[in-house]
Design a protein around this ligand. Structure first.
Ligand code: CDP
Length: 215
């Protein structure tokens, strides 16, 4: 069993990289951000407050029934709700069980698991075989999310609003007490500010292949 942990801030490119690596190695992939997003969205739909522990826990308990493919799940406003519920330790504990089960016994009988998020290398899978930490400047990340959501016709105001939301989310994720966003000591750092996904994929592939052959 091989476990790969990928962490990094919003829109750093970790999701795209994780999907490609999981496909390449035929490992099971878990986007852990989608779990927090689904919980954040459910709190809003239930008319609750994402910073209220009871409201967030009620939503987190429904995790197994939530729709991870909901079209609203990817929006930056759902990202903001996700980072609010993610700051609540009791919510993190509930979601941790789910993530541990996935890593210990990947679905589909796969021989490896790849998880991406904020605390995979530090808290969820501290013993992971390989840890990557993906970063990029906040302007680059906001630009990527803006193009994803609004396409080439988006306005400058829409870009500024995404940039502001992302700065706030980074701030919450880095400074929270429970499992803050942080590179594990033994993580490999990859900066995607000036590299396209292909170059980052090749770099990651090399690191993982070296690690697997020396293991
Ligand atoms: O896709 P993007 O990089 O924008 O974010 P995401 O990975 O979907 O995560 C959404 C939010 O969930 C983050 O801003 C974190 O607050 C939270 N999260 C977390 O706390 N721990 C994780 N392992 C994954 C996500």
């Amino acid at each position: 069993m091989t476990i790969i942990a990928i962490d990094g801030p919003a829109a750093s490119g970790k999701g795209t990289l994780a999907r490609r690596l999981a496909k390449h190695f035929n490992y099971a992939y878990l986007d852990t951000g989608a779990l927090y997003r689904a919980v954040g969205l459910e709190v809003k739909r239930a008319g609750g407050n994402a910073e209220n522990e009871q409201d967030a826990l009620n939503a987190a308990r429904k995790l197994a029934t939530l729709n991870m493919n909901d079209p609203e799940i990817k929006s930056e406003s759902t990202g903001g709700l996700a980072s609010k519920v993610a700051a609540i330790p009791a919510v993190r504990d509930l979601l941790l069980d789910f993530q541990h089960r996935f890593a210990e016994k990947p679905p589909g009988g796969k021989i490896g698991a790849l998880l991406d998020g904020r605390d995979i290398g530090t808290v969820v899978c501290p013993g992971a075989d390989i840890k990557l930490f993906i970063t990029a400047s906040v302007e680059t990340r906001a630009k990527r999310r803006f193009l994803e959501q609004f396409g080439p016709k988006g306005s400058d105001g829409e870009y500024q609003s995404i940039l502001n939301d992302m700065r706030q989310r980074d701030e919450r994720d880095i400074n929270r007490a429970a499992s803050p966003l942080k590179a594990a000591e033994n993580a490999h750092l990859l900066d995607t500010t000036n590299s396209d996904i292909e170059a980052v994929f090749e770099q990651a592939l090399q690191l993982i292949s070296d690690r697997l052959t020396t293991a």
